[in-house]
Design a protein around this ligand. Structure first.
Ligand code: ADP
Length: 649
């Protein structure tokens, strides 16, 4: 069954070489019960680990059940550990978070589908070791002897040919030891080969053969006469099947384990997911804000009059005020522009803020002085009362048209038409109200009062010039030609030298739209980088916690490898765990971001719009973060040496 020839194993710690095995030959037949003895440090465990395929010899040959194990790929070794071997350890190595039954069933996770039917039922095995009433108990609710019996059930679940036991009674009192040894003896009688490391003669007495090691060499090998049974020595082994890497069942199992691991450490899991939570929440909120703002801008642009050009003094150049004071425009300019061919409507515009009072009510709002063409240009037809007339403009009448927000704040449900209000202590008569234009981004377009341009300039704001001039072209096609013509005329009119031509700033609404689109793009990039940074920070947090988790669970990893997990199984288990943490954070972040958006929309009145796209994006990114930042810790876990992992304290 087990054939070792000329096995040598040397450990190196720095420059020091420890020759643990110096050339061991052993031949163990099927059905034997062998005790390996010897002083501490003689190489017993090393030999057992080599037999268990947890380690590879430096020299020599190992033939297990007729298979030469040299140069076998890791997956195949793992499959042999799962199907042919069963391990029992001194420290039991049960997983503390799962029940006795689940511990016993653990090797089934790594069983190939084709070979599953050769497994026993965990319940059946637990009753065989006398624990049928303890199946649902957690390991810490069991005595040492009971835990070792669970470990025996785990070793037996795949109906192994060989059980390898490393000091199985080392941590047990004598009564429990006797029970365990009784079970092992009974198993041996059914034909299972048992190799057991022990340093106690009493325990070794159960075995039919005693091999003694000293300084890495076999110094004696004694068989009890007549004890060796060649039960099923020549029985061929079933063909080994590699388990498929990711079956649905295995993913479900990893997922289930990941959730268990998270729940067993709730506050830590929450804190580690917090980075991702905050990142996702801020992304959702900001995307909602961005989408809302963009919708507003689009609506706003659509509501602006068509074919509009805005003429305003250019910006100061280089900041030297005296030399490059901006050009001012006044009514003379408006008059000249009105005569240019291709111009449909023109209005000079001034604006400022003012306090408006009606009765005991008081409101601070934007005052805009406009000329009558404004009505048609901005489609601001008064929805109650009337607009100004051309005749009124010259007389500087004290009349006003109120936006909806102003009406609501000063008049409530009262009809404002014909009422007198005080604007900066000057009495005005309300002649009309404006149609509702809605909020655009941060600015409420209904929070406005229109008054005649001349009244605004000379009676209220004390300005001798207009702030800007809105020009409406006849056609959209002629707009850029008109723009050039306006510039040419105004440069001549103001006798500006050629190099001062940027003293006049003429904007086309289409250009503004382009500028806004560009701003939106910048905004999106900004959001993207915020998302990236917060995910990076969140991801580093996750990576950190995963590294801690790998360290904490080193023994578990060693055990899983011993019972048949290969490197990729371990890798996937930890990657899935990391993805689960990130997704948990991501889902909480989506909910949180959604609530924040709703609250902002409700109380601050901002336009917010949470899109399905942003939710999917957040979901995808949290999963991707889990994957990206989980891989390294998972890789570290997968690369652990099973023996060192099992020894880890
Ligand atoms: P035993 O089980 O008989 O006590 P071991 O097989 O554990 O002996 O160890 C044999 C020798 O190899 C000892 O000197 C031990 O210190 C050394 N050894 C075992 N494992 C390692 C290791 N991973 N690294 C370095 N030396 C080791």
């Amino acid at each position: 069954m087990i054939k070792l020839q000329g096995i040598k194993k040397t450990y190196r710690i720095g420059d020091i070489e420890v020759k643990a095995l110096k050339g061991v030959d052993v031949d163990i037949d099927s059905g034997e019960f062998v005790a390996i003895m010897g002083p501490s440090g003689s190489g017993k465990s090393t030999l057992l680990h080599l037999m268990g395929l947890l380690d590879i010899p430096d020299e020599g040959q190992y033939i297990l059940a007729g298979m030469n194990t040299a140069n076998m790929p890791g997956e195949k070794l793992a499959a042999i550990r799962n199907e042919v071997l069963g391990f029992v350890f001194q420290m039991f190595n049960l997983l503390s978070r799962i029940s006795a039954r689940d511990n016993a069933a653990l090797p089934l996770v790594y069983a190939s589908k084709a070979s599953k039917n050769k497994s026993s039922a965990p319940e059946e095995l637990l009753s065989k070791v006398g624990l049928s009433d303890r199946a649902a108990h957690m390991p810490n609710e069991l005595s040492g002897g009971q835990q070792q019996r669970v470990a025996l059930a785990r070793a037996l679940i795949r109906n192994p040919r060989v059980i390898l036991a490393d000091e199985p009674t080392g941590n047990l009192d004598s009564a429990s030891s006797a029970e365990i040894m009784k079970i092992l003896s009974d198993l041996n009688k059914t034909g299972i080969t048992i190799v057991m490391v022990t340093h106690e003669d009493e325990i070794a007495a159960y075995a039919g053969r005693k091999i003694t090691l000293k300084d890495g060499l076999i110094v004696s090998d004694v068989k009890k006469s007549g004890e060796v049974k060649k039960l099923n020595a020549e029985m061929p082994l079933p063909e080994l099947k590699f388990h498929k890497l990711l079956t649905l069942g295995r993913v479900r199992n990893y997922f289930y384990q990941a959730v268990r691991a998270l729940l067993s450490n709730k506050s830590r899991s929450f804190l580690s997911a917090l980075g991702v939570l905050i990142g996702v929440a801020s992304v959702i909120t900001m995307l909602a804000l961005g989408t809302g703002a963009r919708k507003d801008v689009e609506k706003n642009l659509a509501s602006l009059g068509s074919n509009l050009l805005t003429v305003r003094p250019g910006h100061r150049r280089g900041g030297i005020a005296s030399e490059s004071a901006p050009t001012r425009f006044d009514e003379a300019d408006v008059k000249v522009i009105r005569k240019i061919k291709g111009v449909k409507n023109v209005t000079g515009i001034v604006s400022g803020r003012a306090q408006i009072v009606y009765g005991s009510k008081n409101w601070n709002t934007r005052i805009t002085g406009v000329e009558p063409p404004y009505e048609a240009m901005q489609e601001s037809y008064a929805d109650a009362g009337r607009f100004f007339t051309a005749a009124e403009t010259l007389a500087r009448p004290k009349i006003a048209i109120l936006g909806k927000t102003v009406v609501k704040n000063l008049f409530g449900d009262e009809n404002p038409i014909g009422k007198k209000v005080k604007i900066n202590r000057v009495s005005f008569t309300v002649v009309g109200t404006l149609p509702s234009k809605g909020a655009t981004g941060w600015r409420d377009k209904d929070d406005e009062i229109l008054i005649p341009l001349n009244t605004a300039m000379y009676r209220l704001l004390g300005k001798q010039y207009v702030d800007y001039i809105d020009v409406q072209g006849e056609t959209a096609e002629g707009l850029s030609a008109l723009q050039n013509e306006l510039k040419r005329v105004l440069i001549r009119l103001h006798s500006l030298p050629e190099d001062k031509e940027d003293a006049i700033d003429i904007r086309n609404m289409a250009e503004i739209q382009e500028a806004m689109t560009a701003t939106m793009k910048t905004f999106s990039w900004l959001l993207g980088s915020i998302a990236f940074i917060s995910m990076l920070v969140g991801g580093i947090g996750i990576m950190n916690i995963m590294l801690v988790s790998v360290t904490e669970r080193t023994r578990e990893i060693g055990l899983r490898k011993a019972i048949g997990a290969n490197d990729k199984d371990i890798l996937f288990q930890f990657v899935i765990e990391s993805i689960v943490i990130c997704l948990t954070g991501g889902v909480m972040g989506i909910l949180f971001g959604f609530s924040v958006s709703m609250v902002l929309a409700h109380f601050a009145g901002w336009s917010m719009s949470v899109s399905l796209f942003s939710i999917l994006l957040a979901f995808f990114f949290s999963a991707a973060t889990g994957l990206a930042f989980g891989i390294w810790p998972a890789h570290k876990a997968a690369a652990l040496n099973p023996i060192e992992a099992l020894r880890y304290e």
